[in-house]
Write a protein that binds this ligand. Structure first.
Ligand code: ZN
Length: 493
């Protein structure tokens, strides 16, 4: 039997039936990813497997380094094919790592390749994949169509002018491509040089000066409105843990003013400023009906030597062991007390926090089902066991049937089979329970639940707009908008 076969990961007949009947054909709503909007707008055609698969993939670099490959083959000066060969030589050593599954699932789904990747097959696979990458079916937009991606949300800085999102909204592309507001840089008063450079970009984007905190907040609100006009309905924050040392506007204004003068905030001041800003962002999201995502807990940039050589996000991060509970509860509660808690999805980096986070959901109910959500297995937990842990914690502490499901969180266009992978894991768990007699063998009960977790829950929960109206008139002259941007109907979503 081929390695990636029809019933891969589906260990019972019921699991296979549920997957093929209810999960397989559902569209994808990839509401958190890091794909380049430019690549989508320009319909990038990838030259080879390196460009689409290895470029920027720190998961693969980590495995290659662990296997003793030189940095030259990861981020260095080797040619694309040499880097691919080094990756291929590493693949057999990744057995039982999720990379082994992802690699072969991706080769199968994109190129119909069943051969296992290793040093010997590398050149053949490079050639076969390369030929197909030259076809329109495997351009950036072709891939979105092939994988039935109904919508995806990129991750964007508030200073971004969203030109590619604007072009995409006008293009009639069947996949909705919407931005996500990620204002992490607005909290960095402890790094004044970086902070001030970013505030200057914010001033340009918002077309106003920000001498005082009140103006800084106004500029951010203008950008939030601008993003809203382009269909943004999600924000995202990457934090070690929630900020909960709340301070007065006066204190926040003093910390802001000092940072603007180039004086670094102390760790406690940065914590106070972070807490102040996170309440502000929470209120903005609540007013507009957005969903806030909190990615909590990684311990980043642990290798000083390689950080200075290669920069951040190159594969030197770990799971952090921060105490999360008290601060997370305090943050959600502070917003809830003033009726300003938006819909919120919390992702944990540490599996030890699965149950803690899952028990946080029920503390803050709203007028919609599962207003606070436990995000899908993230980063180091985005693998079979991690997904099962997340699904089990959510099932035991909350309502699995209301789960908004999987995201790729990926920088690569080769990651769409992760949704298939998740759906197989989900159906395998449900199928096992059915065959154990622990849940009823009732398709009317199970079918809709599976379908909803795959797609409909996310669609309903995130409530992205049918119409993208473009930027507010004050920010973009109406004459700059195409008719499609003024009123683009998307009956499907
Ligand atoms: Zn992410």
């Amino acid at each position: 039997m081929r390695f990636i076969h029809e019933d891969f990961l589906l260990h019972t007949r019921t699991a296979a039936r549920l997957y093929h009947q209810f999960a397989e054909a559902e569209p994808i709503f990839d509401y958190h990813c890091h794909l380049s909007p430019r690549d989508i707008a320009q319909n990038r055609q990838f030259k080879n497997l390196f460009e689409i698969w290895l470029e920027g993939d720190h998961y693969k670099w980590r495995a290659m380094r662990a296997n003793g490959e030189a940095e030259r083959y990861c981020t260095g000066a080797a040619t694309p094919f040499e880097k691919f060969q080094a990756w291929a030589a590493t693949v057999p050593h990744t057995l039982r790592n999720p990379l082994y599954h992802w690699t072969h699932l991706e080769l199968k789904r994109y190129f119909g390749i069943d051969e296992l990747l290793d040093e010997k097959s590398a050149a053949r696979i490079w050639k076969k994949a390369g030929q197909q990458l030259a076809t329109p079916e495997l351009s950036a937009q072709g891939i979105l169509k092939r994988f039935n991606v109904a919508a995806l949300c990129t991750t964007d800085d508030p200073t971004d002018n969203l030109e590619h999102h604007r072009a995409l909204a006008a293009s009639g592309l069947a996949t909705r491509v919407l931005p996500t507001f990620r204002p992490d840089k607005a909290l960095a008063v402890h790094l004044p040089a970086q902070f001030n450079a970013w505030v200057e970009r914010l001033e340009q984007a918002a077309n106003m000066e920000t001498h005082h905190l009140a103006e800084f907040l106004e500029a951010l609100q203008k950008r939030h409105e601008y993003f809203h006009a382009y269909g943004c309905r999600l924000s995202d924050h990457g934090l070690s843990r929630c900020y909960a040392d709340f301070c007065s506007p006066k204190t926040a204004a003093i910390i802001f003013a000092r940072a603007r003068r180039g004086k670094a905030a102390s760790p406690s001041e940065q914590g106070q400023f972070g807490a102040f800003m996170m309440l502000f962002f929470g209120r903005l999201d609540a007013v507009k009906g957005w969903t806030k995502q909190l990615h909590l807990g990684p311990l980043r940039n642990n290798n000083t030597r390689l950080l200075s050589e290669l920069g951040a996000d190159t594969g030197f991060d770990s799971i952090g062991d921060y105490p999360q509970g008290t601060a997370l509860a305090a943050y959600l509660d502070a917003l809830d007390r003033e009726q300003a808690l938006p819909k919120t999805i919390i992702y944990n980096s540490n599996p030890a926090d699965n149950y803690l986070f899952a028990t946080m959901l029920g503390n803050f109910p709203g007028s919609i089902p599962a207003k606070v959500q436990l995000g899908s297995g993230w980063w180091f937990l985005d693998q079979k066991e991690g997904m099962e842990w997340q699904l089990n914690a959510l099932s035991n502490m909350g309502l699995l049937s209301r789960f908004v499901g999987m995201v790729t969180d990926s920088r690569s266009f080769m990651s769409y089979p992760r949704h298939e992978y998740f759906r197989r894991v989900l159906c395998n768990l449900i199928g096992r329970d059915v065959e154990n007699g622990e849940i009823p063998n009732d398709e009317m009960l199970l079918g809709p639940m599976i379908r909803n977790i795959c797609y409909a829950n996310a669609r309903q929960y995130l409530a992205i707009p049918d119409v993208v109206v473009g930027a507010p008139k004050a920010l973009v002259k109406p004459s700059n908008l195409t008719p499609g941007q003024r009123r683009r109907r998307r009956p499907d979503l």
